[in-house]
Structure formats: structure tokens, C-alpha cells
Design a protein around this ligand. Structure first.
Ligand SMILES: [Zn+2]
Length: 279
């Protein structure tokens, strides 16, 4: 078992100005790629499962494999990403997830606050961290052609109240970040992040690490972000590499001849991101 908690690494990252990557997975190839990159770079890493990914892969499978891989490299943590289903969130906590993200952004502010507070109480009893979200982060983990019309920015006063009353450990911030990869470039509002950092003493999380420029990523880390979520770029590497190999080797039916190349393509993306998130 890991002897250093995720909270310990969040604290260190905040002090030393670096960020822990959360990389989502729903297949064993993705999982192997993430763990391999983390182990080689000796960097703590968060394995993310969204509800869809968790339902497909299995919460139990995810926790058992995390425990297994921890024997090879101890600093591997699990987060339930964008949890909305309370039963699924509770199950993840009971099974030993290190963190759960309750996404109550679709609810009205008071309702979100009330439920988040309950989840925090439940999770903290079992040593699990909770990430909260107030305003919905736009986009989805795919390739998009058009940018949304309006840029969402966190309401600082509301965020202060939310953090104080719920007791969450981290907050998924809105600073112009979007889920997914865009054909047009996105610019983050770093000045708004600075205001959030001043007002809120907890750990800050950046969703939408896939389509964001290297410069903006570096700026967010300098200004208090300690966790960055990446999903779409891993999915693209998975699909593009798999398609290429299947086309190239039409006669092959052996998975163990095909999938190692998929794993190394994903591992390359994870390695680049971990290096970017570190000083
Ligand atoms: Zn997200």
C-alpha cells in the first residue's frame, strides 16, 4: 500500500509549484500506459474514471488493479471523475477510491452545496478526498470544431461560500477552460485564477488539460493549480494508433502483437504531460 496520501502530494505540489496529472482510462491498455509512464518518471499520478468509464471498467476492477500496480510503484491514486450518481460515488468511497469529484454543477447552488456537504462528511470518514464543482465546465472529452459562445468564469463570492460550507478539499475551477480538444485555440483567464487563489485556501483543479496550450498550463501551475485532468488526448492516441496498426497488419489477430504499440502511443502522451506539469 501507498504510505503517502494524495493529500500529501497536493500539499507538496502547492508549495513547490507543480501539478499532479489525472489521466482517465476505460481500458487496460490505457491503464498500463499511465502506470508505466508514472513509474518511469517516478511521478505520482491520478487514475481517473468518469461515470461512463467506471461503469464500463468496473469500480472494483479499478481499485483492485490500483492496489496491484501500487506494488510496482506506490504513488498511484484513483479519482471518480464528474460523479453525479450518489450511489456510485458512495460505492467508490467504500471500495477505497482516494478521491471523488462530485459534479453538482447542474443543480441549483444551494442544492449542490447541501449534497456536496453530505458527500464530504461521508468521504472524510473513510479518508477519501472530495473535489467540488459549482459552475459546469463546458465541452466534452472529444474533438470539437466550434468554441462555446460565452466564457464561464468562477463567481468568487459564491465559491468562497461553497468551500467554507461544504468542507471540500479541492475545487474544479472555471477560468475559460473547456473539456475536449478544439480546432481553435483556447486562452485561459490567468488573472481570474489569481483572484480565486487569493480568495480560496483549498487545492485548485484544472479540467480540460487536453486542448490547452503549454504556456497556459505553466501559468495555471504557477498560480496555484495542483491537479490537471487529461482525457481526450489519450483517447485520440488510443484510437488513431489502433486504427493505423489494424490497417497496416490486416492479417494479424493476436492482441498481444497489436496492443503494445497502442500502449506506447498513450504512454508517450502521458509522459509529455507529466513533464509539462513538473518544473
Ligand atoms: Zn472534467
Amino acid at each position: 500500500m501507498s504510505n503517502k496520501s494524495l493529500k500529501y502530494f497536493f500539499g507538496r505540489a502547492k508549495k513547490e509549484k507543480w501539478a499532479i496529472g489525472q489521466f482517465n482510462f476505460s481500458t487496460l491498455e490505457q491503464l498500463k500506459a499511465i502506470v508505466s509512464a508514472a513509474k518511469k518518471l517516478k511521478s505520482p499520478v491520478i487514475l481517473g474514471t468518469s461515470q461512463g468509464e467506471a461503469n464500463f471498467f468496473g469500480l472494483e476492477e479499478a481499485t483492485l488493479l490500483r492496489d496491484l500496480y501500487r506494488k510496482k510503484f506506490p504513488y498511484i491514486y484513483l479519482n471518480l471523475d464528474h460523479g453525479k450518481d450518489i450511489d456510485l460515488i458512495k460505492k467508490a468511497i467504500d471500495l477505497g477510491y482516494d478521491c471523488v469529484h462530485f459534479d453538482g454543477s447542474g443543480l441549483d447552488f444551494q442544492e449542490n452545496l447541501k449534497i456536496t456537504k453530505k458527500i464530504v462528511k461521508y468521504a472524510h470518514k473513510k479518508g477519501c478526498l472530495v473535489e467540488g464543482e459549482i459552475k459546469s465546465i463546458q465541452g466534452s472529452s472529444e474533438i470539437h470544431k466550434e468554441l462555446p459562445k460565452e466564457v464561464l468564469l468562477e463567481d468568487i463570492e459564491k465559491a468562497k461560500e461553497f468551500v467554507k460550507k461544504t468542507g471540500i478539499d479541492s475545487l474544479a475551477v472555471n477560468i475559460g477552460n473547456l473539456h475536449g480538444v478544439y480546432t481553435k485555440s483556447i486562452r485561459l483567464k490567468i488573472d481570474h485564477l489569481q483572484k480565486i487563489k487569493k480568495a480560496i485556501p483549498i487545492f485548485l483543479v484544472l479540467h480540460g488539460g487536453s486542448g490547452t496550450s503549454k504556456k497556459d498550463i505553466k501559468e495555471t501551475i504557477k498560480n496555484g493549480v495542483v491537479k490537471i485532468n487529461v482525457n481526450t488526448e489519450l483517447r485520440i492516441a488510443w484510437r488513431e494508433t489502433l486504427e493505423k496498426i489494424l490497417r497496416k497488419h490486416r492479417g494479424t489477430v493476436k492482441p498481444y502483437n497489436i496492443l503494445p504499440k497502442v500502449i506506447s502511443a498513450i504512454e508517450k502522451v502521458v509522459t509529455t504531460k507529466i513533464n509539462l506539469f513538473n518544473p
